[in-house]
Design a protein around this ligand. Structure first.
Ligand SMILES: Nc1nc2c(ncn2[C@@H]2O[C@H](COP(=O)(O)OP(=O)(O)OP(=O)(O)O)[C@@H](O)[C@H]2O)c(=O)[nH]1
Ligand SMILES: [K+]
Ligand SMILES: [Mg+2]
Length: 324
């Protein structure tokens, strides 16, 4: 890299970091600026939360009513749904909370309509279903991705292998195990100063263009769900279904809905854990459901809050083809 390119690269890096910070502030205002950055006040329940995000009238409420015992009003006019409506999908012993949300439009992240509340609620989900109308242009998909990106949601991306550990003193210590080609130490130090982080340990194990300290971003899996396939040609359905992370359905005709739930279960990476008393068979009707990667401590907490503190050892049985 030449001197000029290097300088350009540096300034571009800072500019991107600044933009990322302003956007984050936009959605998470400090106490005085009111509740704009908060989502709908719906209690999380069950083993995982799935949020339905989409333009008006793509069929979000119809899906909720079809897959849960909760009825959410569906109609042919836009913005039928005005608040978050939770339902429960019971599947393979797990209880999955499905959240029906108002439709969003372009500019949602900037506060248009209830958009900001909707995208903030999406941030609390373990899986996002981006619901699309198969009869409409694919532009909708790009717009929705943009709105979610604007509030710091990264879809189907893994969290960069970077650790920031805040300290009270000692300045910034910087360690990296890989060669950084998309940013450099100077840029990262300036970004940290922008976040008023003057004391912290930074450990980078992945070549990543870091524009903000980790923790300000949410990495959430996402399924693209094309509804109303009853209204398009078979060729069109075929084309849509072949895209990655995509499921095609028709709520009205009950097409592929159980497959969608299957895929949701997979994406949530839920695992069932059964407990047993010494010498007795496990109670296979009452599993503890946790997400893959859960620890023994999580299992303890799933049983009782006080258990982990007094826990000494446990025996774990897993199927031969199981990996955590
Ligand atoms: N052809 C067809 N129409 C559907 C299907 N699913 C839903 N609809 C229709 O689409 C319209 C909108 O459905 P809703 O469930 O209200 O859509 P929504 O996404 O919740 O809409 P908002 O709450 O306004 O954002 C209704 O007239 C439904 O009957 C489907 O699979 N095929
Ligand atoms: K509607
Ligand atoms: Mg609705």
């Amino acid at each position: 890299m030449g001197v000029v390119e290097k300088a350009t690269e540096y300034h571009l890096g800072l500019l991107k970091a600044k933009l990322a910070r302003y956007r984050a502030q936009l959605l998470e205002p400090t106490s005085k600026s009111g509740p704009a950055g908060t989502g709908f006040d719906v209690q999380k329940s069950g083993d995982a939360r799935v949020a339905l995000i989409g333009f008006p009238s793509v069929g979000k409420s119809t899906l909720l009513s079809k897959t849960t015992h909760t009825a959410s009003e569906a109609a042919a006019y836009e913005f039928t749904t005005l608040t978050a409506i939770p339902g429960v999908i019971e599947y393979k012993g797990a209880r999955i909370q499905l959240l029906d949300l108002p439709g969003i439009v372009e500019g949602a992240s900037q506060g248009r309509g209830r958009g900001r509340q909707v995208v903030s609620t999406a941030k609390t989900a373990d899986l996002i279903l981006i619901m699309l109308d198969a009869t409409k242009s694919d532009e909708q998909r790009r717009l929705l991705e943009y709105e979610l990106d604007a509030v710091g949601i990264r879809l189907n991306k893994s969290k960069p292998d970077v650790v920031f550990k805040k300290r009270t003193t000692g300045g910034i210590t910087f360690n990296t195990t890989v060669k950084l080609t998309k940013t450099d130490e100077k840029t990262i130090r300036t970004i940290l100063a922008g976040y008023k982080l003057h004391n912290c340990d930074v450990m980078i194990r992945e070549d990543h263009s870091l524009t903000s300290p980790t923790g300000t971003r949410k990495y959430i899996p996402c399924l693209y769900v094309y509804n109303k396939i009853d209204a398009v040609s078979l060729e069109q359905v075929d084309k849509l279904a072949r895209q990655p992370n995509t499921v095609v359905i028709s709520c009205e005709m009950d097409l592929n809905l159980s497959y969608l739930i299957d895929r949701m279960w997979e994406e949530l990476r839920l695992v069932k854990i059964y407990t047993k008393k010494r010498g007795a068979h496990p109670d296979l009707s009452d599993p503890i459901c946790l997400r893959k990667g859960a620890t023994i401590e999580d299992v303890c907490n799933g049983i009782h809050r006080s258990l982990a503190a007094n826990f000494r050892y446990g025996l774990v049985w897993v199927p031969v083809d199981f990996y955590l």
